[in-house]
Design a protein around this ligand. Structure first.
Ligand SMILES: Cc1cc2nc3c(=O)[nH]c(=O)nc-3n(C[C@H](O)[C@H](O)[C@H](O)COP(=O)(O)OP(=O)(O)OC[C@H]3O[C@@H](n4cnc5c(N)ncnc54)[C@H](O)[C@@H]3O)c2cc1C
Length: 458
């Protein structure tokens, strides 16, 4: 079919391909237009390769510290081409699987760069593809700041940083948010000397301040340098790398600079404004049903203001498909979206941090409890430090769950159920958790908040 689709989707990343698959499941005819590779940023340049790099780093650290567990092993070094092969194999396998899913769903996959030329039409290389509904899902790109040109050699964005052929001896990471701390953590594990420069007063500043403190404590112990409250001022390229000047005049030198200052929406020059779509600083504005102001045109994923996360894109893609199919799905609650930072230590959180909860409910209506992983058997076996902080409304539900420590990202599943079901501590305290697991730490935190602590150290 060349036109007259039920759904035409522009962009085959997390948001776009999820929408395509769900639309096809619902019996709709679908065209999915992608100029690069289906899977988008997350699969090819984001979530998956970064986590493979972090896992390779974890293996290196396990080898280095094997004696802590009574195991004699020698750490001989990092074979970066080998690490890249492992990472690329993971991506390739998932890519193949995804291509198979798209094919077997009988989605018309159209390769090429598309432009919105009418509210119901996308043009690709002179071919006009028309749909009753159009879904914009063109994703995001790595931003930089004035005076910092990304050259891909000394000054890198995350996509360049994923393809280094050797471990840098030293690196400056500009930005202490999720992407910055993940690369800093991975590179340190792989043997680089790393310093993070962050303009805000703390690392992972979107998280609860107690979480930032713990990340900073662990990074200090791991020998990861960081300068917080220090905006970038100037870059000079040197014969051996880069020289960065930060607020206060201090200079830092390293082999490479990674710029991790956020991601901008990929929406320029593809017809959105020309078709009258309401935009704000490049983002596409939608209502809560992800409809733009132009009838029949939806938007999903990183181009819609909010958390730029793959699982938000998946959910939005599914939502739009169901909306188009007339299933009238319930609106997605943006505050119920899980957040995980996969550095060592990991950070995982749901809902409101303490300050925001106090703002929303009043200081006298909020109770918090910090459960130290020191009391959790599995965390001690793993030799990790950290805690779970719960924020609840007095005599009401839990409105925030904040976790830090090795592998706590795996606890987010239970945390998001607790949060999204607006559970009361006494209800969660009744649930039996397997022993010894790290999930048990969540159970113990709730036992304590329900007034019956078991393995809780003050
Ligand atoms: C280093 C890094 C690590 C990350 N880690 C995580 C993580 O651990 N967990 C998580 O949830 N999120 C993570 N993210 C974020 C995640 O990758 C994004 O939120 C997600 O990919 C957004 O999906 P999307 O569909 O909106 O856009 P994208 O995945 O960016 O896909 C958009 C697609 O549209 C295509 N496209 C653009 N313009 C056109 C056009 N004109 N014609 C045709 N095709 C076009 C692009 O080629 C691209 O494939 C990470 C991101 C980065 C950069």
């Amino acid at each position: 079919m060349s036109d007259g689709y039920d759904v035409v989707i522009l962009g085959g990343g997390s948001g776009g391909y999820a929408c395509a698959l769900r639309s096809a499941q619902l019996g709709l005819t679908v065209a999915l237009i992608e100029k690069d590779k289906v899977g988008g940023t997350c699969l090819h340049r984001g979530c998956i390769p970064t986590k493979a790099l972090l896992h390779a780093g974890e293996v290196a650290d396990s080898a280095r510290h094997s004696e802590d567990f009574g195991i004699k092993a020698t750490f001989e070094g990092v074979d970066m081409p080998g690490v890249n092969k492992y990472k690329d194999d993971v991506v390739a396998k998932l890519y193949k699987g995804l291509q198979g899913l798209i094919k077997s769903a009988k989605i018309d996959y159209i390769e090429g760069a598309g432009t919105l030329v009418a509210p119901n039409t996308v043009e690709v290389a002179g071919r006009r593809i028309t749909g009753k509904n159009v879904v914009l899902a063109t994703g995001s790109y790595s931003k930089t700041i004035p005076g910092l040109d990304l050259d891909g050699e000394k000054v890198l964005a995350s996509e360049h940083a994923l393809n280094l052929q050797k471990v840098p001896t030293s690196a400056i990471v500009l930005g202490g948010g999720v992407i910055g701390v993940e690369f800093a953590s991975a590179w340190k594990s792989l043997g680089a000397d790393v310093t993070i420069v962050e303009a805000l007063p703390r690392l992972v500043a979107a998280e609860d301040p107690d979480i930032s403190k713990q990340v900073e404590r662990t990074f200090r112990k791991r020998g990861i340098g960081f300068k917080v409250g220090k905006p970038f001022e100037k870059l000079e390229k040197t014969a051996t790398g880069v020289k960065v000047t930060i607020a206060g005049g201090e200079t830092l030198e390293a082999e490479i600079l990674l710029v991790a200052v956020g991601r901008g929406p990929s929406t320029a020059n593809i017809g959105y404004e020309a078709q009258g779509i309401t935009m704000d600083r490049g983002f596409v504005l939608t209502d809560e049903r992800l409809k733009t102001n132009v009838a029949g045109v939806y938007a999903v994923g990183d181009i819609v203001p909010g958390l730029q996360l793959a699982h938000r894109g998946f959910q939005q893609g599914i939502f739009v498909a169901e909306d188009i199919a007339g299933l009238n799905p319930p609106v997605i609650d943006e505050s119920g979206i899980p957040r995980v930072t996969y550095s060592d230590p990991e950070v995982a959180s749901m809902g409101l941090n303490e300050d925001k909860a106090k703002e929303q409910y009043g200081s006298d209506k909020i109770e918090t409890y910090n459960y130290n992983l020191g009391g959790n058997g599995k965390s001690q076996i793993l030799k990790t430090q950290g805690f779970i902080k719960l924020v609840r409304v007095t005599d009401g539900p839990v409105v925030g769950i904040h976790m830090v420590g090795a592998r706590v990202g795996e606890l987010i599943g239970e945390a998001q159920l607790i949060y999204n079901w607006e559970a009361y501590p006494a209800e969660v305290a009744q649930l039996v958790h397997g022993h010894p697991t790290q999930n048990e730490a969540l159970g113990e935190a709730f036992l304590a908040l329900a007034g019956k602590p078991l393995h809780a150290h003050a």
